[in-house]
Ligand binder design. Structure first.
Ligand code: SF4
Ligand code: FES
Length: 281
């Protein structure tokens, strides 16, 4: 071994040792309070407390998985991608709906992290909520492009649907929705009316309404134009504050309302009959 190589090895060993020491220094213990409830066994709930080692980059999901792996394997958590893409790890963390895999313990501050299930979802167990109603509302919006000209009659005569960047811009942010339900859990109207479509579904209604490849414009407006639909939103705006993907459901709802209102102004008779129908529902 030459003298040069030996100096290089010593330096890299020193660097490794420094790195290990700094990792060691950044490790600390936090208190993790986890909401526990099994509705099949009991109506009561409790918080369990776990001491979990964390580092600067530990996420709340990492901390929960540590508790589940080493301290109590019965904790129920739902997660999949661990990269803010699947939308399955939503929960209330220190009082705010967030994605557990996208929230670092260090960014919350304090030495106690409290994890609770998302409000407005029936609890299946511990931190896992039932999304059936939420997905029903989403499905009711017919979340797919509808266009009669797109029906493939003749495979040799396929049509192209060209869109300009401006056309895409009209709906792009709404297409980023990962259906995590955070907006729905933060919505006071959804808390008081389970039939309310909710911010996620209404934002999706706008996403397809604003897409110029879609020609089901009128039927989309009909779907949301009822007292459990677009008019039930009281514009609290909390949906847009908690969305982890930069979607602004409150904006989508207002834009959709604008279209409905201008439509009503131009066709008074239809508006009157709609008002009558709303009174009967
Ligand atoms: S709009 Fe945002 S908060 Fe609501 S479900 Fe979609 S991604 Fe989640
Ligand atoms: S695990 Fe997929 S969004 Fe968090």
């Amino acid at each position: 071994m030459t003298a040069h190589t030996s100096i290089k090895n010593t330096k890299s060993l020193e660097r490794d040792r420094e790195r290990e020491t700094s990792v060691e220094r950044s490790r600390e213990i936090i208190q993790l309070r986890v909401y526990r409830k099994n509705p099949k066994e009991s109506k009561s709930s409790r918080f369990d407390r776990f001491e979990v080692p964390v580092q600067r980059w530990t996420t709340v999901l990492d901390a929960l998985l540590h508790a589940k792996s080493y301290l109590d394997k019965s904790i129920a958590i739902r997660y999949s991608c661990r990269m803010a893409s699947c939308g399955s790890c939503g929960m209330k963390i220190n009082g705010i709906p967030r994605l557990a895999c996208y929230t670092k313990v260090s960014e919350i501050g304090g030495d106690t992290i409290t994890c609770e299930p998302l409000p407005n979802f029936p609890i299946i167990r511990d931190l896992v909520g039932d999304f059936s109603n939420f997905f029903e509302h989403h499905r009711a919006m017919e979340p797919f492009i509808q266009n009669k000209n797109a029906d493939i009659v003749d495979k040799n005569n396929l049509t192209e649907f060209l869109q300009s960047p401006e056309d895409v811009e009209n709906y792009l942010q709404f297409s980023y929705c990962i259906k995590c339900g955070l907006c729905y859990s933060a919505c006071p109207s959804a808390a008081s009316d389970t039939k309310f479509s909710g911010p996620q579904a209404l934002a999706q209604a706008y996403r397809y309404f604003a897409d110029n490849r879609d020609d089901a414009t009128q039927s989309r407006l009909n779907i949301v134009d009822n007292k459990h639909g677009i008019w039930r939103c009281h514009f609290a705006g909390s949906c847009s504050v908690v969305c982890p993907k930069g979607v602004d459901p409150a904006l989508g709802i207002q834009l959709l309302r604008g279209h409905l209102l201008s439509f009503s102004k131009n066709d008074k008779r239809l508006a009157e009959s709609r008002t009558r129908n709303l009174g009967n529902t």
